[in-house]
Design a protein around this ligand. Structure first.
Ligand code: SF4
Ligand code: SF4
Length: 734
């Protein structure tokens, strides 16, 4: 039987090739004995005894092979995962390279300047130092006539090497102070996740830098302080300090040995500690581009028709994740940026997205064949993983605390897909174990029996529009003869606050001359909450019914004011055969204002307004500016921003089906967010999502602020109010 070459074989082959090359370079240099006659250079391995040279060229290749084998074991672990199409094609190659460059150039890390600059100092200088050492080795191999490292080239080379070394040591000192310094210097996310492994890594890296300078200083002193070495602007002054201290040649050998040992220690810890992210993070970033939109969950087989041979759904063991989800766990830098933005974590829930990644990695590592070191090794020996079972390490409470806000995925500097893991495990709990918070059962029953989580009668869906002559209700199945289908959503149809939004939107569309119709009783819940609470079966049931209605009507364009419906219709229905051009009401209003079809001339709102970003409009779909532009088009408005806005906006707490669950642990997410919005001094809070509207209004009232002080409302309501006030003022003036 032919053995297929697998990725872990390639890793071993690469390691062996590099090790052979290193060993051969030592043999060639030793046998050939090439030597430069230039007085302005240095002798490679000068003053180093032959046995030490032999040790150098044998131990380092051995460690390279050892590292490759250990790394291959990790790759073997990723291979346990399910398929995930991350192929490089002509279509996505550009994206992949852009993501890769962002990783290699540290662009994503620089989003947070402190940590980004510190990492850049260490990383880029380390690469330069690696280049400096390689250049010396290449020059070492060349015949006399081809050697280039002499004269001015050598002087410049010396200066570059010392500059890189200085920056490297400075970066390491900064990193050590940031991790182990006084509490005020250590960000929360670092304070709560510092282990002995971090100390080992920092110690080894700092030792490489310091011993490098030590060896250089004694080498220059041993060579008699040649003038051209002044270009080593750190090594030379140090050499003048140690010159005359006696036995400088012996000290040079000692520092050289220490430097080589530090480098060997680096090779040992590279595959076994989180330092592995030097390789895995850029790889993970290269592979991050996927065919699926950001807002879409991973597709599942058809559960309604039972068209699958799968016996288990969702993720409960390592093999249930995709190989890319497993690679993620080895690419995590443990920076905790995801922790710092998680609304559940910030409000005292038992969820920390970093821990979800690390715990998944722990189960993978401990159950590998052979087992590998866990993501954060040293100091975590007490962590027990008795079986290949995710729920040994991850509790249901962690998973159900997630609001699916996507803040963690968005901020992760190495593009780890955390939310997918949480939602896949929820799928297992719901589909295989029927293990979900009891309150969800009521929402499921509502969606199943009444086609909406409010359990209201479908016949009442269009009641909000009863007194609006311009709103046409079209029966499901009839051909749609209007330009837009206005998808009102369950909240817009049944929730009192949001019925006002539907009404406002209908009136604004009428004013702008938009030809639209609604489905009324033929509209079902899109199934967003069902899917995000793991109930894929219910989601597919609702989605199939909707898609069948929409397709039979020939629907092409849909407008909706609900970002959850927007996301599901636009990004998830294509997985089931529903392809529509979907716009959010903020986008439509924005376009209508820009085209002059919605006349906001003279419509003013003398208010200080803060806009609260909806996660499903913002981070899941990158719509940030349209709602702000719509509000900004009103006269008199003072539009302010909350400290957390845009990509870093804070969730209202209702996403991921949290709308239908009790929030009994910690502070309420909506209370915290509302306080932040109130602190801006705004007299109005604008939302663009029915859930956000409900949650922010509740939060503001819970803070004891009455509606006449701070009004919370959807952007359509603010706009309509300003337009109607303008029109009545005009009528009064007539
Ligand atoms: S999606 Fe939001 S709530 Fe869920 S883990 Fe990530 S940051 Fe936390
Ligand atoms: S998942 Fe990403 S953001 Fe979170 S700790 Fe790991 S690397 Fe940092």
């Amino acid at each position: 039987m032919r053995t297929r070459i697998k990725p872990h074989h390639i890793v071993v082959a690469l390691g062996v090739a590099i090790a052979l090359f290193t060993a051969l370079s030592g043999i060639v240099a030793g046998v050939a004995g090439f030597h430069s006659d230039s007085p302005i250079t240095r002798e490679v391995f000068g003053n180093i005894p032959a046995p030490l040279k032999v040790a150098f060229y044998t131990v380092i290749p051995a460690l390279l092979v050892y590292g490759a084998v250990l790394f291959a074991h990790r790759v073997k672990n990723w291979q346990r995962g399910r398929p995930d199409n991350r192929r490089t094609t002509l279509h996505n190659a550009k994206h992949r390279m852009a993501d890769f460059r962002a990783g290699v150039y540290m662009r994503t890390l620089l989003r947070e300047p402190g940590a980004g600059v510190m990492h850049s100092l260490i990383y880029f200088s380390f690469l330069i130092l690696l280049g400096v050492t390689t250049t010396l080795e290449v020059d070492h191999q060349l015949p006399d006539g081809l050697k280039f490292l002499h004269g001015d080239v050598y002087r410049a080379y010396s200066a570059v090497g010392d500059a890189a070394g200085l920056v490297f040591v400075a970066g390491m000192v900064w990193a050590i102070l940031r991790r182990f310094g006084p509490p005020a210097w250590r960000p929360y996310r670092i304070r709560i996740k510092t282990s002995a492994e971090h100390a080992v890594i920092a110690g080894v890296l700092l030792a490489i830098g310091v011993t490098g300078f030590g060896a250089e200083a004694f080498r220059i002193a041993a060579d008699g302080l040649p003038d051209h070495e002044r270009w080593s602007f750190i090594g030379y002054p140090l050499a003048t300090l140690v010159d005359g201290s006696g036995a400088v040649a012996g000290w040079h050998q000692a520092w050289w040995v220490a430097h080589v040992i530090a480098f060997m220690a680096f090779l040992v810890i590279l595959p076994t500690t989180m330092l592995r992210h030097m390789f895995t993070s850029p790889l993970n970033m290269y592979l991050s581009h996927r065919d699926r939109p950001k807002g879409a969950m991973r597709p599942m087989p058809d559960l309604v028709e039972g068209d699958t041979e799968l016996e288990t759904f969702g993720a409960s063991v390592v093999e249930d994740f995709s190989w890319k989800q497993l690679l993620d766990t080895d690419a995590c830098t443990m920076c905790g940026r995801c922790t710092s933005v998680c609304p559940a974590h910030a409000t005292g829930k038992p969820l920390d997205p970093r821990e979800i990644v690390l715990k998944t990695g722990e189960v993978m590592a401990r159950t590998g064949s052979p087992p590998t070191s866990p993501p954060l090794g040293t100091g975590e020996a007490e962590v027990q993983v008795p079986a290949n079972w995710m729920f040994e390490r991850i509790s249901n409470e962690e998973l159900w605390a997630c609001t699916s806000c996507r803040a963690c995925d968005e901020i992760c500097p190495v593009n780890i897909e955390i939310l997918d893991k949480i939602l896949d495990m929820r799928r297992y709990l719901t589909l295989m174990e029927s293990d979900f918070p009891s309150e969800l059962g009521q929402a499921f029953r509502g969606m199943e029996n009444s086609s909406n989580p409010w359990s209201m009668s479908q016949t009442e869906r269009a009641d909000w529009a009863r007194d609006l002559d311009g709103v046409r209700v079209i029966a499901g199945g009839d051909p749609l003869d209007a330009e837009y289908l206005y998808w009102v959503g369950c909240a817009g149809s049944f929730d009192d606050k949001n019925k006002k939004v539907a009404r406002a939107m209908a009136l604004l569309m009428e004013r702008a001359g938009i030809d639209f119709a609604i489905l009324g009783p033929a509209e079902n819940c899109t199934g967003d909450s069902a899917r995000r609470s793991g109930n894929e079966y219910l989601f597919q049931m609702l989605a199939s019914a909707n898609i069948s209605t929409l397709n039979s009507m020939g629907v092409r364009k849909i407008v909706t004011q609900c970002p959850h419906c927007f996301n599901t219709l636009a990004n998830e229905y294509p997985q089931l055969g529903g392809h529509y051009e979907v716009v959010h009401h903020s986008q439509l209003l924005d376009a209508l204002v820009a085209e002059g079809r919605l006349d906001l001339e003279g419509a003013t709102l003398e208010e200080r307004v803060v806009y609260h970003d909806s996660c499903y409009l913002g981070r899941h779909n990158d719509v940030y500016l349209a709602p702000r532009r719509v509000l900004g088009a009103l006269g008199g408005i003072d539009l302010v921003e909350a400290p957390r806005n845009g990509t870093k906006g804070m969730c209202c707490g209702a996403g991921g089906a949290r709308m239908w669950m009790e929030e009994t642990i910690g502070t309420k997410v909506n209370d915290e967010r509302s306080r932040e919005l109130l602190d801006t001094g705004a007299s109005r809070i604008a939302t663009a999502c029915p859930f956000c509207y409900i949650m922010m209004d509740d939060g503001v009232r819970a803070a004891g602020v009455e509606e006449d002080s701070v009004q919370v409302a959807d952007i359509a309501l603010h706009v309509l109010e300003a337009v109607e006030a303008r029109d009545s003022a005009a009528r009064a003036g007539d």
